[in-house]
Write a new protein. Sequence first.
Length: 131
Amino acid sequence: MYRRELIQIIGAAATAAAQAPKQFLSTAQLTKLESLTETILPDAKQTKVAAYIDLMLQHADEPARRMWTSGIEKLTNVEEAAREEMNPKTEAGRFFVVLKRTTIEAHYLLLSGGHNMSQGFAGCTHANHAG
């Protein structure tokens, strides 16, 4: 599979997730996740990082789902958890490390190729890839 095709598939899945009301997380969990991702990266709400994470959780295994739902619940103080980032000792601190990495990766993935979940995915328009 070519990189371009993979990006188009991911883009189509992300667009479908933005339009589809189906979600794994509860509305309250999704709202909190959106707030947490926005705290980590101010553009995360615009690129719908929380909706993307929710889409990934719809297809995740049960241990990953439990880790995310428990982490969202237990992470009440982002500033305190961030202080543990280099040596996390608490569940909230360990979850913060995963949340931060996932937020940044998802944000830039959603922006790749001009795509974000609030717009359609046109594919790469670079001269070497167009067509």
